[in-house]
Design a protein around this ligand. Structure first.
Ligand SMILES: Cc1cc2nc3c(=O)[nH]c(=O)nc-3n(C[C@H](O)[C@H](O)[C@H](O)COP(=O)(O)O)c2cc1C
Length: 266
């Protein structure tokens, strides 16, 4: 079994590791221009963004070719997953493949603009992550067919997200991607930054550079808002304007080293 994954704060990597098989980081595959995968069983594990599939994963899936008997997706999310299964199925239809199985696992919500990470982490035991994980693992072992049941309201919610220019709501909200620039209006770096470079190393799209002249980090316009840089900054120096708390999150089954290894594009 091969599992392709993307993670910003470790939830999806923890799930990918737990399911088992050979792990392939999507940012690494993109960096190496590898889009064709062959195995009896192939899975993709990634976080939900804005009730839907993050644009980075959409772009990857549209280019990918899967030669397999059984293709599955497991989406990690924090509170509400909208109609992510429908979104994934639509992407697959367009790209010419089909998911045999789509499921989700509710974990700590890492969405900083509206949530206090301390409170989100405190809610983790109620989510019974291990039980969800065991159920998903046994489905995958049994090559179970089927996707999440989503109702009319879930689909309406997804249509609402996409109703304007095809960009998910969270992107519009922070105007990154849509504006293509101006990220400095939403994310700022405090003087406590020690230029350790961790932010640049965990950024999956190589959007962060260290400026040797002024000793500051600069952000470019490729950000798709995964928040890996913010959550993983050892000095807690990167912030979103208006964030509700400065608490940060990393899944405690995953190390910073693993995240750097997964996302580093250098
Ligand atoms: C930009 C962004 C948007 C998100 N939107 C949602 C959402 O709509 N619903 C939800 O339940 N969780 C949402 N989340 C939470 C993540 O899906 C969740 O914390 C995920 O498990 C993080 O996985 P990771 O640690 O592998 O990056 C969002 C997170 C980010 C960064």
């Amino acid at each position: 079994m091969k599992i392709l994954y993307f993670t910003a704060t470790g939830n999806s990597l923890y799930i990918a590791k737990s399911i088992g098989g050979e792990l392939y980081s999507i940012p690494q595959m993109v960096k190496e221009d590898i889009y064709e995968f062959t195995n009896e069983k192939i899975g993709i594990v990634f976080p939900l963004h804005a009730w839907s599939v993050p644009p980075y994963i959409v772009d990857f899936l549209k280019k990918a070719k899967f030669n397999c008997e059984y293709l599955f997706a497991v989406v990690t999310y924090g509170i509400y997953s909208g109609a992510v299964a429908k979104h994934l199925s639509d992407i697959a239809d367009e790209a010419g493949f089909r998911f045999s199985y789509i499921s989700r696992i509710k974990m700590v919500d890492n969405y900083l603009p509206t949530f206090d990470m301390e409170k989100e982490i405190a809610k983790e035991p109620k989510k019974k992550i291990e039980q969800q994980l065991e159920a998903v693992k046994s489905d995958i072992t049994a090559s179970k067919e089927g996707t999440l049941k989503e109702n009319f309201l879930d689909k309406a919610a997804m249509n609402y997200m996409f109703r304007r220019d095809g960009k998910p709501f969270s992107e519009k909200r922070l105007k990154v991607h849509v504006v293509g620039e101006g990220i400095e209006n939403y994310i700022y770096v405090e003087d406590s930054c020690v230029q350790c470079g961790v932010c640049a190393s965990v950024c999956p799209v190589n959007n962060i550079e260290m400026d040797a002249k002024n000793g500051k980090i600069s952000l470019s316009d490729k950000c798709f808002m995964c928040f890996a840089c913010i959550h993983n900054c050892p000095s807690n120096a990167i912030h979103i304007k208006g964030e509700v708390s400065n608490a940060r999150f990393r899944n405690n089954h995953v190390t910073l080293k693993e995240l750097i290894h997964s996302n580093n594009q250098m």
